[in-house]
Design a protein around this ligand. Structure first.
Ligand SMILES: Cc1cc2nc3c(=O)[nH]c(=O)nc-3n(C[C@H](O)[C@H](O)[C@H](O)COP(=O)(O)OP(=O)(O)OC[C@H]3O[C@@H](n4cnc5c(N)ncnc54)[C@H](O)[C@@H]3O)c2cc1C
Length: 420
């Protein structure tokens, strides 16, 4: 293994398939042990980090698989940092599951900020998202994001901080700019990371981008000395109740009932789940264009999800030996309803859809199916049901609990490939 931590020529275009995700994981594994040392450097093509996020985000590959792969190849201490970072994804997910109204509050804020753009602020905003703020590093990242659908974590932190504290633009618009372009755009990781940078997540603790830090970790490519507000105060907002709520109850899966399997881009590996042994009369999935509309998702983001769904459908068709149905993107709800009725099933099963647009769509579909006596069952993976309950407080107690659970089970749940 080369000690530089480089992965070689990382591909620029992402192929939205499980096979491509597994190949990316396999090529990262040898370098996972130098990840802790190298991960903060921001040098394209970002071969010091895994670039697995679009695959993990759609669950083309699973967090469990990523963790198991690095633990199989290295001593645990050597890859602890990577495992921790993967757990951040699950922490944010669990945190938002306990407080879904934080997502709703974000969407309300976004609507208000978009209305506000009709005023004079829009001139600055349009220039900034076009990569013409005049701050070279920031403009390079704006272009990189729109051209590749990816930004390194450190660049995301600097970008968000400069957006909020130097350019003084509304944070919700910045989070929407990320969601529009990121192939891994995620309601939990994105919204909560922006809130964290702003000082709204941990009240009064914000993240200020510093020119010296940018120069150091970009290997001197950028040096915005004197251009950044390094003294700004954290943002404030009207009080938002952050008390954790009870996690949403799930309808129990009855394995005896005739069932159909519905796939959403929230989880596209049904053959590697606790559903894998069940029989289904049919498998359906497809992009719902109403999901992309109000979030204004960029075409490459929609395309990634569309192709990923098609990949999952064909894997599921082969695995479950069930006929597949591609749902109409303009009439997704009606088409899903007609598919379930046509199959004559009593329940439609889908892998859990966390807080976000797909959860909302499934809640609507649930109402439609209920009229025909068909239950919609969101089946939660063991990974989520064991981790989410620990996401009521900060990340460090969450991680400790995850480690304790893993240790109690001899690390098998996390380390060994198994369904769920
Ligand atoms: C303002 C801001 C917005 C963000 N928006 C998103 C988003 O929409 N979707 C998203 O997946 N991540 C988001 N992140 C987290 C993080 O930046 C990305 O997950 C990471 O950069 C993806 O690149 P990678 O796969 O090479 O990561 P690696 O460093 O190789 O990490 C491996 C995996 O761990 C997870 N991970 C790593 N760091 C974090 C983190 N800080 N928070 C949550 N998960 C993490 C990701 O799934 C990632 O693929 C955001 C961070 C910030 C600061």
């Amino acid at each position: 293994m080369r000690q530089s931590g480089r992965l070689g020529d990382a591909p620029q275009a992402e192929t939205p398939t499980r096979a491509a995700g597994l190949a990316r994981l396999a090529s990262f594994v040898p370098y996972a042990a130098v990840y802790a040392r190298e991960r903060n450097r921001v040098v394209p093509p970002h071969d010091r980090v895994s670039r697995l996020s679009p695959y993990l985000r759609h669950r083309l590959i699973l967090e469990r698989e990523a963790v198991a792969a690095v633990l199989d190849a290295h001593p645990r201490d050597a890859v602890d940092k990577f495992v921790s970072e993967v757990l951040w994804r699950n922490y944010w997910k669990g945190w938002l599951e306990h407080r879904p109204h934080v997502w709703d509050a974000y969407l309300d804020q976004l609507r208000r900020d978009r209305d506000g753009l009709a005023g004079t602020a829009s001139i600055g905003y349009a220039e900034v998202i076009a990569g013409r703020s005049g701050i070279a590093c920031f403009d390079a990242w704006a272009r990189e994001l729109t051209e590749t659908g990816y930004l390194h974590n450190h660049a995301r932190m600097w970008f968000a901080s400069i957006w909020i504290f130097t350019l003084r633009l509304p944070w919700a618009l910045g989070a929407a700019f990320f969601l529009r372009h990121l192939l891994d755009g995620d309601p939990a990781s994105n919204t909560l990371s922006w809130r964290w940078v702003a000082g709204l997540h941990t009240r009064g603790k914000h993240y200020l981008a510093r020119a010296e830090n940018i120069a150091r970790y970009t290997d001197g490519r950028f040096d915005p000395k004197g251009e950044l507000d390094e003294q700004a105060l954290p943002l404030t907002e009207p009080p938002l109740d952050l008390t954790p709520r009870v996690l949403p109850a799930l309808v129990e899966l009855n394995t005896e009932l005739p069932s159909g399997l519905l796939l959403t881009p929230e989880d596209l590996a049904p053959e590697v789940s606790h559903l894998s042994k069940l029989g289904f009369r049919g498998v359906a999935g497809g992009w719902d264009e109403t999901v992309g509309e109000d979030l204004d998702l960029a075409p490459p983001v929609v395309d990634f999800s569309r192709v990923a769904i098609a990949d999952a459908l064909s894997r599921a068709e082969a695995h479950f030996a069930a006929p597949l149905k591609s749902l109409d993107k303009t009439e997704w709800q009606a088409d899903a309803e007609a598919w379930a009725r046509g199959l004559g099933v009593r329940q439609v099963v889908t892998l859990e859809t966390p807080v976000g647009r797909w959860r909302e769509r499934l809640e609507q579909l649930d109402g439609r199916l209920a009229r025909h006596g068909i239950a919609l069952v969101r089946a939660r993976r063991t990974w989520d049901s064991s981790l989410w309950p620990g996401a009521t407080r900060g990340f460090f107690p969450f991680r400790e609990q995850a480690r304790r659970q893993a240790r109690l089970e001899g690390f098998t749940r996390i380390a060994q490939p198994q369904p769920g």
